[in-house]
Design a protein around this ligand. Structure first.
Ligand code: ZN
Ligand code: ZN
Length: 279
């Protein structure tokens, strides 16, 4: 049994030019029990940059509205085309939803959506963690703010699962080799999990870190175990692939971590409702 509930198609600005159809064909070839396509939709960058009165050229451009519309349409067509052949899930990776909850609500009213990952890629008045230069002194403040914003996102409570809890470590620890002492954040991470559990939501094991410099899942095993020990029941798995070649990479290892933490089932979502598969 293998699923992949976090994948990006060409409708994500930072992904390869793979069509949804190509991805579906590969999923069938691999025999996936379920695959979600979850293209990026950064809520704080939803409209064209003119809307925000921004003129400077930036790599991470605005215009996620266009990408969202293209993604929903392409996935919906593929759902029809591969009906009965592939359990295709129409998902979205909603970034920074609390930055503009009116825009987030508008997107979430889309009935085509099966699954919503809530992610935090950037803090207010910062760029994506991917594009920041870190100095060791800045890290504690950034991490504190990061988890505070994630807690707010969980209190907002309109996603299905929280995406890659420890995403910031991909860049700070993985790429820029600054070791992060995580012990000051134990309490706030526990509060994040308690909020998610109370709200009947879930977390994901994002396996992308296994094939990157960081070398571990997001979050890593100790947090998966903490979530379980606090009463967490809903867990999804995703490769966060940005190319077809990486589809389902690390999922067996992720399932092994879930088992080790005490989970006997994993989830995927259809029509915003969890379905469980035994592991
Ligand atoms: Zn992400
Ligand atoms: Zn992603």
């Amino acid at each position: 049994m293998i699923i992949d509930c976090h994948t990006h198609s060409r409708n994500s600005f930072d992904a390869d030019n793979d069509t949804v159809k190509e991805r579906c064909q590969r999923a069938i070839q691999l025999g996936l029990d379920a695959m979600a396509i979850t293209d990026h939709c950064e809520v704080n960058r939803f409209y064209e940059k003119e809307y925000y009165h921004i003129t400077e050229e930036k790599y991470n451009d605005y215009g996620f509205k266009r990408a969202y519309e293209a993604s929903m349409e392409e996935i919906s067509l593929a759902k029809d085309e591969y009906s009965g052949k592939l359990n295709l899930i129409c998902g979205i990776e909603l970034g920074q939803a609390t930055a503009d909850t009116a825009v987030a609500d508008m997107i979430l009213s889309d009935k085509r959506l099966d699954f919503v990952i809530g992610s935090m890629h950037e803090l207010p008045n910062h760029d994506d963690f991917a594009f920041l230069d870190y100095s060791k002194e800045d890290v504690p403040k950034l991490m504190e703010e990061n988890f505070t914003e994630i807690l707010k996102l969980c209190q907002w409570n309109k996603f299905d699962v929280l995406g890659h809890l420890t995403y910031a470590l991909r860049y700070i620890q993985g790429n820029q080799k600054i070791q992060v002492d995580m012990s000051p954040y134990n309490d706030i991470i526990a509060a994040i999990f308690e909020t998610i559990i109370k709200n009947g939501k879930g977390i994901e094991i994002n396996t992308s870190g296994l094939r990157q410099a960081y070398g571990k899942t997001f979050p890593s095993y100790e947090y998966i175990k903490l979530y379980k020990d606090l009463g967490g029941e809903i867990i999804t798995l995703g490769s966060d692939c940005h190319s077809t070649a990486d589809l389902a990479k690390g999922i067996p290892e992720g399932i092994e971590l879930a088992r080790k933490a005490g989970f006997s089932q994993i989830a995927y979502y259809k029509n915003r409702q969890p379905h469980f598969l035994k592991i």
